[in-house]
Design a protein around this ligand. Structure first.
Ligand code: COA
Ligand code: MG
Length: 293
């Protein structure tokens, strides 16, 4: 089963103190960033600081992820060389600006070399890919099924808007298609779908409402950029006690009706058949993987 990834917290790879702080939060995923949060002159520092933290800091139950620089940027050979030299390799690598299935396959073969050199089972280090350019979205189908190591796709709204020439708005109509396209391609390939960071750090209410809409679209988690965004995001992606009880009741009623030879029945004035049962089972699966059921 894939790891639970409800909130994934970005930390600049150069900032050892923030990495230590992130390690204590009990967040599903901590992502040390070697891409945009590390200035061009600070790439070596980001690699060294992150690898030192991976070797010495206890991240508890949090998945340890490194976001490398884009494949083709010219920075990625040094990123993978650094990962190969790590005392403790990360659990997963996040690839930004994925535009082609070859980008994922290239990263996967570098990771295979690292695993081989360390005697780790092939496929131990996972890949999370960000689609955040027009070409990335257009090639989403090939990218989504490019490599068995890939187990999540993330949407990057700010880069996407920059690339297509869109203007950011409060209601987000300029990203509506991209958000929906990503979730469909992820679902078709049975990958997790992770939504873009919410950049307004002080508007927690809007973060919650926006994340709820993403969850309703089919997203399974969201990227975070500040510790105070973690709890609201986790809350949206963790079914409530009422949702769990309603899902259990629906599944139980379905089981009872099946035993009596009925595939469709009425519950609280609504028709229930297999799609609703599957949706309820998904709620229970999410609750189970979140440890609340
Ligand atoms: N991870 C861990 N700790 C973080 C954090 C993060 N992403 N963001 C803030 N903190 C810590 C701060 O270090 C500070 O800790 P302290 O109280 O022990 O000093 C505390 O949380 C409060 O931080 P605050 O003052 O509100 O924010 P800031 O001005 O220090 O930082 C940002 C603001 C946006 C620079 C910071 O949140 C950040 O670096 N976010 C990640 C950015 C990133 O990686 N972007 C790339 C992907 S989009
Ligand atoms: Mg980006």
């Amino acid at each position: 089963m894939k790891r639970t990834r409800r909130a994934l917290l970005f930390v600049p790879g150069t900032e050892g103190a923030k990495l230590e702080k992130a390690a204590k939060l009990g967040v599903d995923c901590v992502i040390a960033d070697w891409e945009d949060a590390a200035a061009l002159s600070k790439k070596p520092e980001a690699r060294a600081t992150t690898l030192a933290a991976l070797a010495s800091v206890d991240f508890g139950r949090s998945e340890r992820v490194v976001r490398v620089n884009p494949i083709g940027s010219g920075l990625e050979p040094d990123d993978f060389a650094a990962l190969a030299s790590a005392t403790t390799p990360p659990d997963a690598v996040m690839l930004p600006k994925v535009e082609d299935a070859m980008h994922v396959r290239f990263a996967s073969s570098r990771l295979a070399e690292i695993e081989q050199a360390r005697g780790l089972p092939l496929g131990t280090i996972r890949i999370l890919g960000i689609l955040e350019t027009a070409l990335g979205l257009v090639n989403a189908r090939e990218i989504a099924c490019s490599d068995p190591r890939l187990d999540a796709l993330a949407f990057g709204a700010e880069d996407y808007c920059g690339d297509v020439g869109a203007t950011r708005t409060a209601e987000g109509h300029e990203v509506a298609w991209g958000k929906r396209a990503l979730v469909v391609h992820a679902a078709a390939a049975r990958l997790q779908a992770l939504d873009t960071p919410f950049v307004d750090l002080n508007d927690v209410e809007r973060l919650k409402a926006d994340t709820r809409r993403s969850m309703e679209l089919g997203y399974t988690g969201r990227l975070a950029i500040h510790p105070k965004q973690v709890e609201p995001i986790v809350a949206v992606f963790t079914p409530s006690a009422d949702e769990i009880a309603a899902a259990r009741r629906l599944v139980d009623e379905h089981t009872r009706h099946q035993a009596e030879g009925r595939g469709v029945f009425q519950l609280d004035g609504k028709m229930v058949d297999m799609p609703m049962v599957r949706a309820a089972e998904r709620v229970l699966a999410r609750a189970k993987s979140a440890g609340v059921a």
